[in-house]
Design a protein around this ligand. Structure first.
Ligand code: VGL
Ligand code: ZN
Length: 215
């Protein structure tokens, strides 16, 4: 088999999705071993000229929280103005420890921090568009202005925020790669449908060991 190894250049960007305490062990919606992506992502940061972090950033009483809907529980589905919305435990609340990035994530190396989900009525899984599918986060503008063509996606979690970010990356005209060993999943068994959607959309997969800087 031909080597999948990719030489990186100035038109490549590393996208790090929601590596926050609430998505790591001990957090509100933990990804088992979610913190294991941190050292891998920190190493990858040394290879890229463009690095963007996303941060799930919800006000108190956000409508994606089950606690905002009388009699509802986490994982119930409700109807929002833009369609169906899964309800979650309170998480990534502005100003809380859970909303902060994992303490070992090398955030100093990032060039942009894109916050999402800060409008009370709209959730946001994707780092490009909120769940109404029309409100942009601004990430495409940043990447376009920097001349970026290829995106390498990492972070938490494949089923929601990483997955929808990768799908939008393709529709926004980028070539998208999922860095498999630097992406966490809530439950491996449940990530299959999203992995299939990504493959069908043309998102490629790669291991972090296959990436190298060209200079
Ligand atoms: C996420 C559920 C709710 C994620 C964010 O980062 O995958 N999941 N908010
Ligand atoms: Zn959220």
């Amino acid at each position: 088999m031909a080597s999948l190894s990719q030489s990186l250049s100035g038109t490549d960007a590393l996208i790090i999705v929601d590596v926050q305490n609430d998505f790591c062990p001990g957090g509100a919606i933990p990804v088992p071993n979610g913190d294991e992506v941190v050292p891998k992502i920190n190493e990858l940061m040394n290879l890229f000229d463009h690095i963007a972090l996303s941060q799930d950033w919800h006000p108190d009483g956000h409508l994606s929280f089950a606690s905002s809907h009388e009699g509802r529980n986490p994982l119930d589905v409700v109807q929002m103005s833009y369609g169906e919305q899964i309800l979650w435990p309170d998480h990534a609340v502005v100003g809380t420890k859970g909303a902060e990035f994992h303490p070992e994530l090398a955030t100093d190396k990032a060039h942009a921090v894109i916050r999402k989900g800060y409008r009370k009525e709209i959730d946001s899984y994707s780092t490009f568009f909120e769940n109404d599918r029309t409100t942009p986060t601004g990430l495409s503008g940043f990447l376009d202005r920097c001349g970026v063509k290829r995106l390498f996606l990492t972070g938490l979690a494949i089923e929601y925020c990483v997955g929808f970010s990768a799908l939008d990356a393709v529709t926004e005209g980028f070539e998208a790669y999922l860095v498999q060993d630097a992406v966490g999943s809530f439950r491996n068994e449940d990530s299959e449908p999203m992995r299939n959607r990504l493959a069908n959309a043309g998102v490629r997969t790669i291991q972090s060991s296959e990436l190298q800087s060209d200079g």
